[in-house]
Every structure is written in C-alpha cells, then in structure tokens.
Design a protein around this ligand. Structure first.
Ligand code: ADP
Length: 589
C-alpha cells in the first residue's frame, strides 16, 4: 500500500525539542507501530498537504457562498428554510470540511492538554491498554479493537542514507510507547532504570528517544556488549552506549625486579610505541627502581567563624599533637581502611581551611576521606559550636585542579622512580646520546617549564602516560590533572657515559577498588598488572604498587619522547604512526 505520510525529517541539532512537538503527522507509521491512531486523512488518496489545502479552500469558499445567499434572501424577503440544491450541497461541504479541519487541528490541540495533564502516562499505559502515544508524541486513546487496522498499515519506510537519523525498531510496542513518553516529556529519562528494573532495556529506550529528539543518529556508538547493571549507582547515569577506546600494551617494564605489561587506553598514535621503546631501554639497562614516599588522600573543608581569633583557636587545636589521637579515633570510624595521618590548616581571615590526610587502603579514597572529615566536623561542634561549615571541600584539598599544595605536599601516592640507561642503549635503542638528552632536559623540562610558569609540569609528557593507564585501569581520568605533576631529572653518570633519569610524581591518585576499577574491562587491565581488587594480606599494597607502575611507565615515556626530540625524530615518527595513509575522504564516505 502506498503511503501518504513522510518519514520524520531529521531535525537540525540546533532545533529545540519543541520543534519536534510542533511537527504534525510526520512520524513513521508502519505495521510495527500499531499504537498510531487512525486519522481521516489516512484514507484520502492525496498527499497530506494537498488534502489540507483542498479542505481549507472548500471550507472558506462554501462559507463565503452561504453568507452571500443568506444576505440575498434577507434582502429579497425569502424565508431562510427554503434551500436550493446548490445550497444543500454547500451546507454539506461546509460541515464535512469543518469536521475534517477540527479532526486534524482541533483534536490534537485538545489532546496536547490531556497529555500534559496526565502526570504519569506510564501508569495509564500499564493499566489501560486503550491509552497510547500517537506519532506526535501525545497521549491519545487507542481505537477499539474492532476498528479495521487497515488504516494503520503503510509500506515499510524507504531506506535512509547512512548519515540520516534512524528510527530503530524496538523490542516491543511497550518500549515504543515508553520512547514516545520520554520524547514528549511525560517520563523522565533518568527514571528508566528504576521503573523498568532492566538496565540494558533502559539504555536502549533512552538511546532511541535521544535519537528521535535530536534527529541525530547514534550509529557507531555501541549499545550491545556492555553490562549496564555494573555501572548503576556507581559509574555513570543515563547511559546510551559506551565509547570504545583501544588498549595497547607497552613493556615489559622491568621495575623493582618484576616485569609488567602496561595497558594503555589511548587514541594517540605513537604513544604506546614510544612508551614501549622506553621500556625496552630500561629493560636492557637492568631495570628501574621506585620508592613510594607518601600515601595519603586529602580532603579540606572550609569552616567560618565570627572572628579571626576563633578561627585561629581551632587551627591551634587541630594542629596540637596532643589532640591528634582523639581526632584520629573519630576520623577512623569512617572505614576499617581509613587511617588519619595528619591535619594541616590554612587561614584566610575568619575562614579556616582544614586539610585532612589519611591512608585509604586500596581505594583511591575520596569517599572514605570525606566520611572521616564529616565525622570530625560533627565531633568539633561541641567545643566549637560557633563554627559554620561552609563546605566539605574548600579547594585546599585540592581535587582535579592544578594546585601548588598537591605539588608541594603531595596527594594520594608520592613516588620517585629512577634508572641508569647505559651508553650503548642510549645510542642503539634511543638513537641519541647522553649529553644531548641532559641538555635538552635542562632547557626544556626545567628552564622551559619555568619560563612557561608551569605548576608541576616539569616534564615532557607525563600526562600522556598517566591518562592512558588511568583510563585502562578504571581510575578517575579527571585526577590526571594532579596525578601528572612530575619533575623529570637527567644527569650524566659513570664518567659521563651513562644517563641517570628520574621522575618524581607527588600526587598519583589511584585505587584498585571502588569507582570504575570494578568494571569488566578495567578489572582485566588491573589483573594484567597483578593488582586487581583489594589486597587481602596487606590492604593498600595493590594501589601503592599501581602507583609505582604508573611512575615507572612515565619514566619510560619520558625517556623515549625526550630521545625522539633530541634526535629530531618527533615529527617523522608522528607522521609514520599518527597519520594514517588511508584516503580520508574515502573513509568518510
Ligand atoms: P573511594 O573512597 O576511592 O571513592 P569507595 O569508597 O567507593 O572508594 O570504595 C572503597 C570501598 O571498598 C569501601 O567500602 C571499602 O570498605 C571497600 N574495601 C574493601 N577492601 C578494601 C581495601 N583493601 N582497601 C580499601 N577499601 C576496601
């Protein structure tokens, strides 16, 4: 059967949601969507805009004709009830066109009010099968079962070009109704998981609604192959799919006498290859060694007093060693793994910033430290009743922002890592020489960064390696900001023949439990490193080991990139690994 309705036109991304609602009779109606209410226009053998034009013209012309006849009859004193055949035809046409126009425009208008008034369409749909959502995303009553379904049957939608948005067939009519309810705003998208109790189905429905609302296709963003239940309430809200990031392996990294294969999730060509080369240079030189200097996650609330004197009194109280044990008992109640290490205060007028530092076992520890801080603030209320807690975080912590406090005091794990790279390895593997590397490091990583006013950025590309490992192992990628703080040092040793290289990273914030670490892919990468989950024998040793592996990998990355720059190879290797020889225009089509 022919169709007189068009497929929905893809909306421009800038089109507001409202535009979608304004569209009339333009959605797909096929045998998969019997929920669509039949309209008089469905039966007419003309395209919709022509049918509308015909009825409009008919309505106004017969109305004009009848008014004329009415005036003539009054002038000529002819009784109004005496009608000619042409007048009868005109009256019938007027009524018919009026009914058509009312059915087409008026009822939809009324229905829009009904839909808005129905606060929970979901329940209506569940309990009353006669309520359905029409193609204009409005609530309508479904035709009784005995009405012929013929009016709903139209041919399959024509194939859209690949770049056009796609209306994906959903698993059931019920899903179709839910999608429509989300599109028209009667069901909040965020409630899908709790209402359906099926995370995968919720994601599929949300995704389809999003495509319809934006007019943009999500083809290419996979939906299948992911456990949506595993992220619920922990990692991501309102999922519609997942982004695929390739994971490459660099290594083996020989660190503290053990070999590690380093998983790196990245889309930057050259990065894994370069880190791999650094690992090789370290390996051939006998390996790298690391030392964990500090392990303490921090949280710093801001509290306010009426006077600076009172703020200072609390500072002295908190920093007094005699009070530490009592405060630690209160703080440590937050978790069996949280152990208060120290409290550092800073005053700004009447405001006090209190930086609590604690060990957090194998967790990165933000939740844990925040709970401990909350306990202490409640405890302080008895002696400092005039203390006004402005915020649990006052930015003296400092989380996910470049800050000197992390660079100087450390946050999370502070690690230093070193290696001595032999002269022949520098020449054969790194294709440069020691003196050039030492000079470049001084002028670029030290003096150059000083010229740039760097804060913790005294390195070539620590952020590259840190981010790639963070993403692969389920760390919080935003903490790359302070975790990438690093100073790279290089020095000629052994009579100037060999290269001593070190990296010092004071704020590596990693965990092997909690957050994204428990997801399947990320767990697999942690497992590869031998640090998956919680360490039963010695809580905290997995996360500390992970921090040293991050530092060791940064060492490899620094070594390789600095060598490439010293040897003038950087642009050449990027052109080789970072610029595909594929015809981009063909790939795009
Ligand atoms: P974070 O504090 O990094 O946000 P979470 O609080 O989400 O981490 O996760 C840590 C949870 O894991 C806590 O409930 C803690 O009791 C539990 N846990 C189990 N084993 C360990 C361990 N070895 N180290 C730290 N936490 C652990």
């Amino acid at each position: 059967m022919d169709t007189f309705r068009r497929l929905p036109k893809p909306l421009r991304s800038t089109a507001p949601h409202g535009n979608l609602r304004k569209r009339k009779h333009s959605a797909v109606v096929d045998d998969r969507s019997p929920s669509t209410a039949p309209k008089a226009s469905d039966a007419l053998p003309l395209p919709l805009h022509l049918t509308n034009a015909v009825f409009f013209t008919l309505f106004f012309s017969v109305a004009y004709y009848l008014l004329h006849r009415w005036r003539d009859k009054i002038r000529n004193s002819i009784p109004l009830h005496i009608v000619t055949l042409s007048e009868i035809a005109a009256i019938v046409s007027l009524i018919a066109s009026f009914i058509y126009l009312l059915g087409f425009f008026g009822i939809d208008f009324v229905q829009s009010f009904i839909a808005r008034a129905s606060h929970d369409v979901w329940e209506l749909n569940d309990t009353n099968p006669n309520y359905l959502i029409n193609e204009d995303h409005r609530l309508v009553t479904c035709p009784p079962a005995n009405i012929s379904t013929k009016t709903n049957i139209v041919s399959a939608p024509p194939k859209l070009p690949a770049s056009e948005p796609i209306i994906t067939p959903l698993a059931s009519e019920e899903d179709e109704m839910i999608v429509n309810s989300i599109v028209n705003g009667t069901i909040p998208s965020y409630s899908l998981e709790s209402k359906l109790g099926d995370c995968k189905r919720a994601a599929a429905i949300r995704r389809e609604a999003l495509q319809r609302m934006t007019g943009r296709s999500l083809e290419g963003l996979p939906l299948e192959g992911f456990d949506y239940g595993s992220i619920l309430g922990q990692c991501c809200e309102m999922p519609v799919g997942y982004v695929q990031i390739p994971v490459g392996i660099a290594g083996p990294l020989l660190l503290d006498g053990r070999e590690y294969s380093i998983p790196m999730a990245t889309t930057e060509g050259c990065l894994v290859a370069s880190t791999n080369r650094g690992c090789k240079a370290i390996y051939l030189s006998g390996g790298a060694t690391s030392v964990l200097l500090k392990d303490g996650m921090t949280r710093a609330p801001v509290v306010r007093f009426g006077t600076t004197t009172r703020a200072a009194e609390l500072k002295f109280f908190l920093e007094d060693p005699h009070n530490f044990d009592a405060l630690a008992v209160v703080f440590n109640r937050s978790s069996r793994f949280a152990r208060l290490q120290g409290i550092q205060c800073s005053i700004a007028g009447k405001n006090l910033y209190i930086r609590f530092s604690c060990s957090t076992g194998d967790a990165m520890g933000m939740n844990m430290v925040s709970k401990g801080v909350q306990n202490v603030l409640e405890f302080l209320e008895s002696d400092f009743a005039d203390m006004d807690v402005i915020g649990i975080s006052g930015n003296f912590c400092s989380d996910k922002k470049p800050a000197a406090v992390n660079w100087i005091e450390g946050r999370g794990k502070s690690v230093v890592c070193e290696a001595i790279i032999k002269e022949e390895v520098v020449k054969k593997v790194l294709k440069t020489d020691v003196a050039l590397l030492v000079e470049l490091n001084m002028l670029k990583n030290l003096a150059g960064s000083a010229v740039a006013g760097a804060l913790g950025g005294f390195n070539a590309h620590a952020g590259n390696i840190v981010s790639a490992i963070f993403i692969a192992t389920g760390q919080d990628p935003a903490q790359n900001v302070e975790s990438s703080h690093c100073i790279t040092m290089m020095e000629a040793v052994n009579d100037g023949k060999d290269l001593h290289i070190s990296v010092t990273l004071p704020s590596i914030e990693v965990g092997t439990v909690g957050g994204g670490t428990q997801l399947a892919s990320q767990s697999a990468c942690l497992n590869l490193l031998g640090v998956m989950g919680a360490c039963k024998e010695s809580p905290g040793s997995y996360s500390r080991l992970l921090a040293t592996i991050v530092a060791g990998s940064v060492l490899a990355g620094e070594l390789s990139l600095m060598s490439a720059i010293a040897a003038g190879q950087l642009v050449k290797s990027h052109m080789k690994y970072n610029r595909s020889s594929k015809d981009v225009s063909k790939a795009a089509s």
